[in-house]
Design a protein around this ligand. Structure first.
Ligand SMILES: [Fe+2]
Length: 279
């Protein structure tokens, strides 16, 4: 442990599904146990956290929901924002961070997990109001700087349906080009210079230039590498859209090997995962 990663949508033959409330914690704190069968694999365990804000030692983690996208404000010596939501969310962003006691200028860096419009639609406005630098993978740079609409491939029937809806909406939704200040490669990037104990890890799969912000304490802000909740999925697992699903699995494995304990997705509730394999 950890070993091979399997998800229900890949191996849908369940042998048991248990879902119950964990009454020893807060009412919003749910607990899931899922066991299913597939060759060489027998176990799958998860815990879902519904809390909006958490504190991990000296680090504060706040979820800022902008439209359909979960953005995250990570505060330690400075503040880093993960993702910037769909278009026209700038004022909501300002209201939210002020309500958290954070001035816009305190945000020094915006980490873009990938270049889909629901994660970068308000990037230029938020960059302008905060004065923060924008960090993205080199492979997403042109998408941000030239405001290119990109759509991933669907890997489930539900994903294909949502993609069809998205293509209908595509004509009427625009976003602004935004310069990338910090361009990273597959070797990753340390956040020490930004006062945060953590790093950026290249986690391709959902898109070729997808990245994850991984704190040293194990919190992984994964963008759409994993999803957990309506309208994307009913529970945690791999994305319903992906350029390369095998690469997604390799990236999740990499995060586990690097110490990821709780996944904070761009869609749905955060969750932790321990995977096991019994030969
Ligand atoms: Fe995405």
């Amino acid at each position: 442990m950890p070993a091979t990663i399997k998800f229900p949508q890949i191996t849908p033959l369940f042998s048991a599904l248990l879902c119950f409330r964990d009454h020893h914690h807060t009412p919003a704190h749910s607990f899931f146990l899922v066991i299913f069968q597939s060759p060489g694999y027998t176990g799958f365990y998860m815990r879902t956290y519904s809390t909006r804000s958490r504190r991990v030692s000296s680090t504060q983690i706040h979820r800022i929901k902008l439209g359909v996208c979960n953005c995250y404000l990570i505060k330690e010596k400075s503040a880093i924002l993960v993702d910037a939501g769909p278009p026209k969310q700038e004022y909501k962003f300002i209201r939210k961070i002020l309500s958290l006691g954070t001035e816009p200028e305190e945000v020094s860096l915006i980490v873009v997990t990938h270049g889909h419009i629901d994660h970068i639609g308000s990037l230029l406005g938020i960059k302008t109001v905060t004065g923060a630098e924008v960090l993205a993978h080199q492979r997403e740079k042109d998408i941000l700087e030239q405001a290119i609409w990109t759509l991933p491939g669907a890997v489930t029937p539900w994903g294909a349906f949502l993609l069809w809806l998205l293509k209908l909406a595509q004509k009427n939704i625009r976003f602004e080009p935004t310069p990338v200040d910090v361009e990273i490669m597959d070797s990753g990037f340390s956040l020490e210079g930004h006062g945060i104990k953590g790093r950026i890890v290249a986690t391709p799969g959902h898109t070729k230039g997808s990245i994850t912000l991984l704190l040293d304490s194990g919190e992984a802000f994964v963008g759409d590498l994993l999803m957990n909740g309506f309208p994307m999925r009913r529970g945690p697992g791999t994305p319903i859209f992906a350029d390369d699903l095998k690469a997604v699995e390799r990236s999740v494995q990499l995060l586990l090997e690097q110490g990821a304990k709780i996944f904070y997705p761009g869609h749905g509730e955060p969750f932790s995962a321990v995977f096991s394999q019994i030969e």
